[in-house]
Design a protein around this ligand. Structure first.
Ligand code: SAM
Length: 113
């Protein structure tokens, strides 16, 4: 499903993209995007405080990326999307199983992002 979505975007698979993964958790979607976009650099942010992923941490996400061979292209940081002020521009913003939890306030986040 994600690779179909990536393939539908008007960017090339080998482009040097900057990707932001909001609510990255243990890094699942960051790694999927790194696999698809071979020259992309990905930043994952997460509060790392969610009850369903209690034992998640930037360290554990980084370990997953390392195992899959993406540690040179993916970085994970603690961050709250409601307060996040990026210091750079991103070409693509991705997220999985995060925004539906925010209710109507998610529309504010969409426009901020
Ligand atoms: C159901 S998990 C999904 C994790 C990951 N996207 C995946 O596909 O495995 C939801 C994630 O959203 C994160 N999250 C919740 N509120 C957040 C916020 N305000 N800013 C950043 N991340 C948030 C949680 O910490 C949790 O890791």
């Amino acid at each position: 499903m994600f690779t179909d979505a990536f393939a539908s975007l008007p960017v090339g698979r080998n482009d040097e993209l900057r990707i932001l993964n909001v609510g990255c958790g243990l890094g699942f979607l960051s790694c999927v995007s790194a696999e698809f976009y071979k020259n992309a650099r990905i930043t994952g942010i997460d509060t790392f405080e969610h009850a369903s992923l209690r034992r998640s941490s930037p360290k554990r996400a980084k370990e997953n990326a390392r195992i899959l061979g993406f540690s040179d292209r993916i970085d994970f940081n603690k961050g709250d999307v409601f307060r996040f002020t990026p210091v750079e521009k991103f070409d693509i913003i991705i997220s999985n199983l995060v925004f539906h939890n925010f209710g109507k306030i998610r529309f504010k986040v969409y426009s901020r992002l």
